[in-house]
Every structure is written in C-alpha cells, then in structure tokens.
Design a protein around this ligand. Structure first.
Ligand SMILES: Nc1nc2c(ncn2[C@@H]2O[C@H](COP(=O)(O)OP(=O)(O)OP(=O)(O)O)[C@@H](O)[C@H]2O)c(=O)[nH]1
Ligand SMILES: [Mg+2]
Length: 471
C-alpha cells in the first residue's frame, strides 16, 4: 500500500511540474571527474570508457548494460561553453586506427557529455518509459588538486617549505644556485623575477620527469594561455619576516596571492565543486618500477590529492561546497595489462594500501570508496613460460620502442603490500627482491566485432561502481 501511494504521488507530481523540474527528474546529470597525475592514463581511460558505453558488448559488469536496459548511447554537445571538449574522436582514432598509437599528452581540463537512454528498473519501471541520463565526464590534471594546499599558505611559508624540500634535489641545483646572492628585499626587478620564475618552472618540469610528484604550483607545468603572465611569474624566495614595499619579495607575494585567487580558486569553484563521482587513476606499476622513492613520493601525492575530498580542513573549500560532496571515489591502478591476471590481486592490494590513509579519511567524510586494478585498453595477451623449472605468468605485446613482439615477466609482486611500502617509507634505495621491470607496449591492432568496444580489463566494473547505481 505504501508503495503504491508513493508511486501515485510520483505520477501526480510529475504531471504538475514544469520543464526544468521534469528535466531534473527525468534527465539526471552525473558529473564524473577523471583525474590522476601526469601520464596516469586519464585520456585512454575516458576514450575507452566512452567507446565501450557506445558499444557495450564488453561491458557485462555494468548491470544496466548486462540487463539490456541501455537502449541507446550518444554524444551530445557539452553544457559548459568555456571548457574545451574532450577530443574523443581524435583519441579514439589514435588508439583504434590502422596504425594504433597512444594519444598525445593533454594536461588541461576538458569535458564530454555522453547521454544514455535507459529503461528504469524497480518501482518506476511500470510507470515510465526510458529516461535519459547525462554523463558529463570531466578530465582534469591531478596536479591541480595539489594546489589546494597553497590556499592556506602565505608566500613566506610556501617559500620556506618548498626550498627546504627541494634543496637536496639534483634537478633543483640550477634554481638553488640562481637564488644564491639574491636579496629578496631589494627593489623589484622584472627581468630578475622572470628569470627566477623560468628557472623554477624548469626545475618543476625536471622534477616531474624525474618522478617527483609534488610539483606545484600545478599551472607552471601547463601554463596554456597564462604563459608569461604575472600570475605565473613568481618563485619561492629565501625570505624572513614581512616584505618591504616595492621589493622583489613584495611583488612575488602579490603574484602568489593572485595565483591563488585567479587560478586555483576558479578551478575549485567552477569545476571541482560540481563533481558527483570521481575516479583517481594511478600508475602504480610505473612507480614501482621506478623504485621505492617514487612509490613513497606517490603515496604522499595521493594523500595530498585526497585532501581535496575531505574539505573540512580547508575553510574556503568547505564554505564553497556548502555540504555537497563527492559521493563515490574509485582508486584505480591503471595499465594492469602489464601483468598477468594472476598478479592483479596483488596490484589491487598495493593500490589499496597506498591510499589507505587517504581512503579512511574520505570514508570519514561520507564518500563511498573502492580500489581496483584495470586496463582501459588492453595491449597484451597472457601466457605461461617455464624458466629454470618455474612457471612464470607473462604478458605478450608489441614493444613501443622497437615494434617487436616480446613476452614480459615484470617480477613477483608481494602478497603483502607492506613488503613494498615499508622499504619505500624507510627511504630504501632499491627493492630488496630485485627490480620490477616496466615495459611500454604499443596498442594492439584491433578488429572489433559489431557491438564491441575496445578490449579492456575491468572497465565495466569501474563503470558499475562509479555510476551503475544511477542507471
Ligand atoms: N598497456 C597500457 N598502457 C596504457 C593504458 N593506459 C595508458 N597507458 C599508457 O600510459 C600512457 C599515458 O596515458 P594517457 O591516457 O595519455 O595518460 P594521461 O593521464 O591522459 O596523461 P597526460 O595527458 O600526459 O596527463 C599512454 O601513452 C600509454 O603508454 C592501458 O590501459 N594499457
Ligand atoms: Mg591526457
């Protein structure tokens, strides 16, 4: 009885509402944020996800697809006029064309709207025809989330912390020597400011290429149309106390504040605050193959990234969100096709452990979280090899560098993630049990059956967790 009167009320209210409300009711919008550090696999993930939602033959793990309730999927013009469109067709062409290659690096925000016509289940199934659900996918660099930490730092604090952290890094040597003999309280001199900012930006780029993840301010790495503007022409200085009028210190401080107000805040206000569901992509295998330092560094970066999803600590963000929060966060170890599936549980275990602190806190803030390992575009096949009487689970693919076929055994990932994370925390130079091999494979040439999207690993499970409940 309760159910039928509830349903009546739904029908009645539906008849009475105006267009906007009925659109909100019948055409819900899910904003899915896709982020991760540079090269973590964002572009390939979105491209393959969209292709596999358009052609759903390989998406049995997405319940609505499995039940045949998705009647149609189509791309639409996106709702935000000022955000570049995610260049789906070009990226898909790169991955699935006659000479497949990985898409170019993107490093800026972009967006795509995919609309799904879905037959409802349960209570409403008898009352309603298919409804449209819009999936707005937003691709943005994880580095931009790291900038949140700048908001509650003064220029002086930020300078001190940054210089302390980078002083011993080889890639920072040029910048540190450029600072030698600088009097921050001397009169501001624009050529000097520019050369310091350029040198600092060069350091940030080198640091990122070396495998450091704490590369903020994030926009220094992808200036876009802000290149050369004052908001990007500052750098950390050896300063003490408050700044002297008209000094280099005062001007850098002003620009640091402008960066926060005009670059960092607008991103959080216009994009981040509107996200409903979030996937954080992590190239866990890549970091493991670079060694313990890279793993530890990545763990820190992830914890920092995740602070944005637990905004309690940041008064400005808390007031901006006004209680709204990301409902679900998925942590996904990408490129799992570099491993035989026998090793996937270990990879997921490492992913879980890497984000444990951060996950606990996000859960604390009410978001549902999960970890899994996936490959957005599977570039390998699996095979067993016998080596010294031992069976080794390998993957085979075309090497990116040589174009030759090769079988790879990357090394045994430990069952207990602590065997990797502990030495990383303790600052070990190398892994005890020898190295983990990373090899870059080229995307395989594909002949797709009608109705099938590109091959992947667990992309359907990721989709089910992220938005399956809304279909
Ligand atoms: N084997 C394999 N390699 C992948 C997969 N996804 C990404 N890669 C590799 O990772 C690289 C980076 O992937 P992208 O999707 O461009 O990563 P991104 O996060 O968009 O990178 P930026 O735009 O530079 O920040 C690719 O060029 C591939 O070499 C995958 O599913 N399988
Ligand atoms: Mg990209």
């Amino acid at each position: 009885m309760v159910i039928s009167s509830l349903a009546d009320r739904v029908v009645r209210s539906v008849e009475n509402v105006g267009d906007t409300v009925s659109e909100a009711l019948f055409e819900p919008v899910i904003r899915l944020g896709v982020t991760g550090l540079a090269r973590s696999g964002k572009t390939v993930f979105i491209t393959s996800l969209v292709a596999n939602l358009l052609d759903r033959g390989r998406m049995p793990g997405l319940v609505a697809a499995q039940e045949g309730r998705i009647e149609a999927a189509y791309l639409q013009p996106q709702p935000d006029d000022t955000v570049p469109r995610f260049d789906y067709e070009t990226h898909l062409g790169a991955l699935t064309g006659p000479s497949p290659h990985w898409p170019d690096s993107t490093r800026a925000i972009s967006e795509l709207r995919l609309s799904l016509r879905v037959r409802p289940t349960g209570l409403l199934s008898g009352l309603q025809g298919p409804r449209t659900v819009h999936l707005d996918i937003v691709d943005y660099p994880g580095e931009w989330l790291l900038d949140l930490a700048l908001l509650d730092r003064s220029f002086g604090d930020w300078s001190r912390e940054t210089l302390e952290r980078i002083a011993d890094r080889r890639c920072a040597a040029d910048y540190m020597s450029a600072l030698a003999g600088i009097d921050a309280e001397a009169a501001h001199d624009e050529p000097l400011a520019q050369s310091l900012a350029q040198s600092f930006a060069a350091y940030l780029n080198a640091a990122r290429d070396t495998g450091y993840y704490d590369c903020t301010p994030g926009r220094f790495l992808l200036p876009g149309d802000l290149a050369g503007s004052p908001v990007l022409t500052f750098a950390p200085l050896p300063v003490q106390g408050s700044s002297v009028r008209r000094s280099l210190h005062r001007e850098m401080e002003r620009r640091f504040e402008a960066y926060k107000a005009q670059v960092v805040k607008p991103f959080f206000r216009d994009h981040f605050s509107r996200i409903d569901r979030q996937v954080v992509l992590v190239d866990t295998l890549g970091a493991i193959s670079k060694g313990p330092k890279a793993v530890e560094d990545m763990r820190h970066a992830l914890a920092d990234i995740l602070k944005s999803f637990r905004p309690g600590r940041n008064a400005w963000l808390t007031s901006l969100l006004m209680g709204k929060r990301v409902e679900k966060i998925l942590f996904a170890a990408t490129k799992a096709d570099h491993l035989h599936h026998l090793q996937h549980p270990q990879l997921t275990g490492i992913m879980e452990a890497l984000t444990r602190d951060a996950r606990d806190r996000a859960q604390f803030a009410g978001a549902e979280t999960a970890a899994l390992s996936l490959a957005a575009l599977r570039a390998t096949t699996e095979e067993m090899h016998t080596h010294n009487g031992q069976e080794l689970p390998c993957v085979r693919g075309t090497l990116l560098e040589t174009g030759k076929q090769a079988a790879l055994y990357p090394g045994a990932l430990p069952d207990d993630p602590a065997h990797l994370l502990k030495p990383a925390r303790d600052g070990a130079e190398g892994w005890l049990d020898g190295d983990y091999q990373a090899m870059a494979f080229a995307p395989a040439a594909l002949t797709l059956k009608t109705g099938d999207g590109p091959p992947h690993i667990r992309l359907d499970r990721a989709a089910q967790f992220l938005f399956g409940d809304r279909l």
